[in-house]
Design a protein around this ligand. Structure first.
Ligand SMILES: Cc1cc2nc3c(=O)[nH]c(=O)nc-3n(C[C@H](O)[C@H](O)[C@H](O)COP(=O)(O)OP(=O)(O)OC[C@H]3O[C@@H](n4cnc5c(N)ncnc54)[C@H](O)[C@@H]3O)c2cc1C
Length: 382
């Protein structure tokens, strides 16, 4: 009798969990993804992601989805601008429409692309992991908040920043970086806010001052998404409603140019506040049979390296391909972890420096070198 394939359970249907499931299925292996969202459109997925040639795109190739990604992506979104608080352009790196180095895609579109590639029923929605209990021999029992349970031979935690699987492997917890983001969205920008649309351009624009900045990103469909970023305690803004947040931010950014302040005047919401947290740089764990982590669950870092989703997808593709190559399951997982640890440590170190360069005391002059390094990384721009 042939050995049955291992029962592989993934917690989390983000970029990591869905990429992992897709690559496994391409190799004919069964997998179930348990996701806490009620359905694919339960919550807004947020801004756009640039998927890099040497990481996110490698994973999409393994998933057989690279052409679909290029068709849905926005190469012009690779443009990068650095402004000072008055709105003076300090650095401008436009993007070539044929540049495939790291085109942007809205998160919602990426999720739809990955979900559409999976066999029906792969994702179990509305299934939040409450606890994972080791049963010995590497097997785990998974208890969900709806009272259901299941068992698996390999538990893959792809459940993001506040992973419920991580405590099985590590005591590490994400720590506050000292920076808080408040998210503001503007719609129909070319018609309703043409001056702002012109200033922001087609990609990412950072307007920075000492210890604060407006980080604006063009999304598809005439949307501009802005993170007002500044240094504050992790519980900042908890007791403020939308109107109060707007007023406090207008005060905080009073010395910014009028077009930039218009973001805060005219922003339609959601005024979501989030502390930017990170796991310790170089986070790792001693290998344990039957359980591992992908993406943010393994190496949460600030977004200032622009790598989190890219690494999450690369982790996922690599682990799936190692498992699909055959051989003992546990050896495949251990080999994945040994390759992932140094790679993510390097990116996490860059993210930790990046957040200080951009939202630190040095202001835009300090950030200039950071952005020059980013644009120089693109061979088509040098
Ligand atoms: C403002 C901002 C901008 C960013 N910009 C970029 C960028 O430009 N490029 C880039 O590469 N990265 C970027 N990142 C980082 C990127 O968003 C993350 O690294 C990426 O989403 C990680 O993917 P993941 O699948 O590991 O986790 P997630 O995307 O967090 O997905 C985890 C999934 O698990 C589910 N889940 C959580 N807990 C449970 C549970 N107990 N049971 C069941 N399901 C659960 C969640 O609902 C979610 O669907 C940015 C991050 C932020 C905050």
């Amino acid at each position: 009798m042939p050995t049955p394939p291992p029962r592989i359970a993934v917690i989390g249907g983000g970029p990591a969990g869905l990429t992992f499931a897709r690559v496994l299925q391409r190799h004919g292996l069964p997998v179930t993804v348990h996701e806490r969202d009620r359905d694919p459109v339960d919550r807004a997925q947020g801004g756009s992601l640039d998927l890099h040639r040497d990481s996110g795109q490698v994973a999409l190739t393994a998933a057989g989805l690279l052409d679909e990604f290029f068709a849905a992506s926005r190469p012009e979104g690779q443009a990068l601008r650095l402004l000072d608080r008055a709105g003076t352009v300090l650095l401008n790196a436009p993007a070539d429409p044929d540049d495939r180095f790291k085109p942007e895609i809205d998160r919602g579109e990426l999720r739809a692309l990955l979900l559409g590639s999976l066999e029906p029923g792969t994702v179990e929605w509305d299934r939040r992991l409450r606890a994972a209990v080791p049963l010995g021999d590497g097997r785990h029992r998974l208890d969900f908040t709806d009272g259901r349970s299941t068992t698996c031979d390999l538990l893959v935690g792809a459940d993001g920043a506040r992973s419920a699987v991580r405590p099985l492997l590590s005591d590490a917890e994400p720590a506050h970086s000292g920076v808080v983001f408040v998210d503001v969205v503007l719609t129909d920008v070319d018609r309703a806010h043409p001056e702002l649309a012109e200033l922001i351009g087609h990609g990412m624009t950072f307007a920075l001052d000492e210890g604060k900045g407006l980080l604006a990103q063009r999304n598809s469909g005439g949307v501009i998404r802005v993170h007002a970023a500044f240094r504050a305690p992790s519980d900042w803004g908890r007791d403020l409603d939308r109107g109060a947040l707007r007023a406090v931010l207008l005060e905080m950014f009073a010395d910014f140019g009028p077009v930039l302040r218009d973001v805060l005047h005219r922003g339609e919401g959601p005024f979501d506040v989030r502390a930017i947290t990170a796991l310790p740089v170089g986070h790792r764990w001693r290998h344990r049979p039957g359980v591992t982590l992908l993406g943010d669950a393994a190496h949460l870092m600030s977004p200032f390296a622009g790598q989190g989703a890219n690494l999450a997808m690369l982790d996922a593709a690599e682990l799936a391909e190692r498992i699909a190559a055959g051989g003992p399951l546990d050896e495949a997982v251990a080999a994945y972890e040994e390759r992932m640890f140094p790679r993510s440590a390097e990116a996490a170190a860059r993210a930790a420096t990046g957040i200080e360069d951009c939202i630190g005391p040095g202001g835009p002059a300090h950030a200039f070198a950071h952005f020059q390094a980013i644009t120089a990384g693109n061979p088509q721009r040098t």
